[in-house]
Design a protein around this ligand. Structure first.
Ligand code: F6P
Length: 371
């Protein structure tokens, strides 16, 4: 016989990892759906830092969220709660007496802080790291529902994460704009987009924005193949080319371009676009420029698709708690939003399948993947 659940009176919400357009829409949907059930709602500041470092939050690390707090925020980028990608309670960076920084599991401290504030359940919004934290909390007995967020779209078990559509739309618009300069100056333009381990943004924007080559982490590239593509175009009188590269792309037999590794956070990537532009200049003799879209892809107003998805996810997360669910992540499975055990959702990363329709489409159009 299952344990009888105490009725929910008070829930908390946290947003963790890199920000993504749609976070505020989730917060609004969660807060209104909770208040409309007669529950109280609290927001943890900067992931779980509001609970782990309360002294740094004079106005409170866990703040009461009211109708006023979430008024008019659906269309805003960022997150009113703040976020962090260096505050993972499973491997929190702490400095030892000798000055060395080591990782410490601080999940029990977070759970104690929730209990102290009489929080009955948590809605955790974030990417793969946040879903792993949520899973750990659920295993330790907290009622938790996860909401998948990332512009990279690399979370498994959901057809799409919110934030991705906004990032792809903006990257596509940038490619459209860069076409004019590329054509006018007969240049090769290399455009680096985010996508640490998965090339979804590069692939979808590259195909939509008529790129000539798309380099993604899933397909290690041979620069000679990209050169051949540029030269083949030149031979047809097309003396400019557009190359889209995911930040996590790597040459065959080579490594990702890592700029920093720090305790308690994911590696930071950067520089691959610049390298490819330099290589292409050297090998083709063509004038080449590179542009890094980087964090521009994470900002701004969410598209209608992302807003609606974020609102649907937020409302579904509250419904899940109301139905007595825990240890699950809301997931888009058109036309519905369903619930997937966090244990399944966190098993693997969703990379681009090499035989997916968008890759086949790109190959059909003659786009080069450097393979
Ligand atoms: O949100 C994921 C992501 O966009 C990755 O593609 C990228 O590597 C990372 O965020 C960068 O995060 P930050 O520079 O904010 O640490």
């Amino acid at each position: 016989m299952g344990r009888k659940l105490v009725p929910i009176k008070r829930i908390a919400i946290s947003t963790g990892g890199g920000d993504a357009p749609g976070l505020n829409a989730v917060i609004r949907a969660v807060v209104l759906s909770a208040l409309n059930r007669g529950w109280e709602c609290y927001g943890s500041r900067d992931g779980y830092n509001g609970l782990l470092l309360p002294e740094q939050y004079p106005d409170g690390g866990l703040v009461r969220l009211t109708r006023e707090s979430v008024r008019g925020i659906t269309h805003l980028g960022g997150t009113i709660l703040g976020t962090t990608n260096k505050g993972n309670p499973l491997c929190y960076p702490v400095e030892t007496k000798s000055g060395r920084v080591v990782e410490k599991d601080r999940t029990d401290e977070v759970l104690r802080a929730f209990r102290k504030r009489q929080i009955d359940a948590l809605i955790a919004v974030g990417g793969d790291g946040s879903m792993q934290i949520a899973h750990a909390f659920a295993r330790k007995g907290l009622r938790v529902v996860g909401v998948p967020k990332t512009i990279d779209n690399d979370l498994d078990k959901t057809v799409i994460t919110f934030g991705f559509d906004t990032a792809v739309s903006f990257a596509t618009e940038c490619l459209d704009r860069l076409h004019s300069t590329a054509q006018a100056h007969q240049r090769v333009m290399v455009v680096e987009v985010m996508g640490r381990y998965a090339g979804w943004i590069a692939l979808n924007s590259g195909v939509s924005g008529s790129a000539d080559a798309i380099l993604i982490p899933e397909i290690p590239y041979d620069i000679g193949k990209v050169v051949a593509k540029i030269e083949e175009r030149a031979a047809r009188g097309r003396s400019f080319s557009i190359v889209v590269v995911a930040e996590g792309a790597k040459p065959k037999g080579g490594e990702r371009a890592v700029v920093a590794r720090e305790v308690g956070r994911a590696e930071r990537l950067g520089g691959i676009g610049e390298k490819i532009a330099a290589d292409l200049h050297e090998l083709t003799g063509k004038e080449t420029r590179h542009v890094v879209l980087g964090h521009l892809l994470r900002g701004g107003t969410p598209t209608t698709f992302d807003r609606l998805l974020a609102l649907r996810f937020g409302a579904a997360a509250v419904r899940a708690l109301d139905e007595g669910r825990s240890g699950v992540m809301v997931a888009l499975d058109p036309p519905t939003v369903r619930y997937v055990p966090l244990e399944q959702a966190t098993r693997r990363m969703k990379t681009v399948p090499l035989d997916c329709d968008t890759i086949l489409t790109a190959r059909g159009l003659g786009i080069c993947f450097g393979d």
